[in-house]
Design a protein around this ligand. Structure first.
Ligand code: NDP
Ligand code: 13P
Length: 329
């Protein structure tokens, strides 16, 4: 919708024939964005060949578990001048690869310089209503990032460039875990103190893993870090928040997913973060407790008790420890 508002012709590829017909005939997408009218500059097709015909840029927004499948379908139609942008927030299950790594592996004809990541606090439900939104576009190539910035930027959608593609993708993926916790906190009727603690301590563990994986720590105080963390932990538009809320109210994981009916990236990402924290030897207490709740049936209230009862430590554990001498002074 942002691109259509900017005067571009947009072709959506979907695997769902009914959804394609609805978009083309009624200009609505009632399952995913009810009560919204879409621009008639947005058309849809189930044919990837038709969708790719004459395009300059391809925006992939499949859930992370489907990224490789979708990329491999697009592959035959991609040429070296295409700009490939993704807005997916997660890691590939099992390989634990970032989305731009999966895209680079699939599109061997595309230079890494032509791949960009769009991220930041941007619930679709608000963007579609033209509510002021700020995001980042990240690429190893500033020129590519600026081209995508020019495609998207307008009076309600402000796009900043950021060269740290690793940090942007890691911030985007890991914030969903903390958002599950934010929903649980509200589901358990904890207050604002608990939410602030989750956001702040969540950011600390996101940054610890991110830095170990090669990110610039400053990215985590930007839109793809704290920005997206705040919006997903506090907004009722957030699927991750809602899933956490349902879990805290006693629903099982299966019941929660059935009630959601939309992708909840934080669930698979909790598994990925659990594995990455072991590979990189990074402490991620919130992600570890969420792992126990999601996959080992631990009750959320016991997870909170265990988080609160951790061995006492310095706030900046593993990042900056003041010397004991200075501390005494
Ligand atoms: N919603 C939001 O506000 C934002 C979402 N994101 C990210 O975008 C990604 C997608 O989220 P979102 O669109 O909200 O998720 P939804 O669950 O709302 O929609 C997922 C869409 O992807 C399609 N899909 C799923 N798997 C495949 C596949 N293997 N091949 C083809 N199509 C597939 C679904 O089709 P079908 O209906 O046929 O199942 C559906 O159209 C996530 O990584 C999310 O974190 C990022 C920023 C904001
Ligand atoms: O990433 C998002 C907003 O920036 C969407 O978050 P949810 O997947 O939790 O809805």
């Amino acid at each position: 919708s942002v691109l259509a508002d900017n005067g571009l012709e947009v072709m959506i590829w979907s695997r769902n024939q009914k959804q394609v017909e609805e978009i083309n005939l009624k200009h609505t997408n009632s399952k995913y964005l009810p009560n919204i009218s879409l621009s008639d500059r947005i058309k849809a097709t189930t044919s990837i060949e038709e969708a790719m015909n004459g395009t300059a840029a391809v925006i992939i927004v499949a859930p992370s578990s489907g990224m490789r499948e979708v990329a491999s379908k697009i592959k035959p139609y991609v040429h070296e001048d295409h700009l490939i942008v993704h807005a997916t927030k997660g890691f590939e299950p099992k390989s634990l690869k970032r989305m731009s790594q999966v895209i680079a592996e699939e599109f061997t004809t595309i230079e890494e310089e032509n791949i960009a990541v769009l991220s930041g606090p941007s619930h679709a439900e608000e963007v579609i209503n033209k509510s002021p939104t700020t995001v980042v576009i990240s690429s190893v190539n500033l020129k590519a990032a600026e081209k995508v910035q020019d495609l998207f930027i307008n009076s309600y959608f402000r796009v900043y460039t950021n060269p740290d593609i690793i940090g942007v993708e890691i911030g985007a993926a890991l914030k969903n875990i903390i958002a599950l916790g934010g929903g649980m906190s509200d589901g358990l009727s904890f207050g604002d103190n608990a939410k602030a603690a989750l956001i702040t301590r969540g950011l600390a563990e996101i940054a610890r893993l991110g830095v170990a994986m090669g990110a610039n720590p400053l990215t985590f105080i930007g839109l793809a870090g704290i920005g997206d963390l705040v919006v997903t932990c506090t907004s009722q538009h957030s699927r991750n928040w809602r899933a956490g809320y349902l879990l805290a109210q006693g629903n099982t994981l299966d019941e929660t997913l059935k009630k959601m009916g939309m992708v909840v990236e934080g669930i698979k990402t909790t598994q990925a973060a659990y594995e990455l924290s072991k590979i990189y030897d990074i402490k991620m207490p919130i992600a570890s407790e969420l792992y126990e709740v999601l996959f080992n049936k631990k009750e959320p209230k016991f997870a909170v008790e265990d988080l609160m009862g951790r061995v006492k430590t310095h706030e900046m554990e593993d990042i900056a420890k003041p010397s004991s001498k200075k501390w005494v002074e």
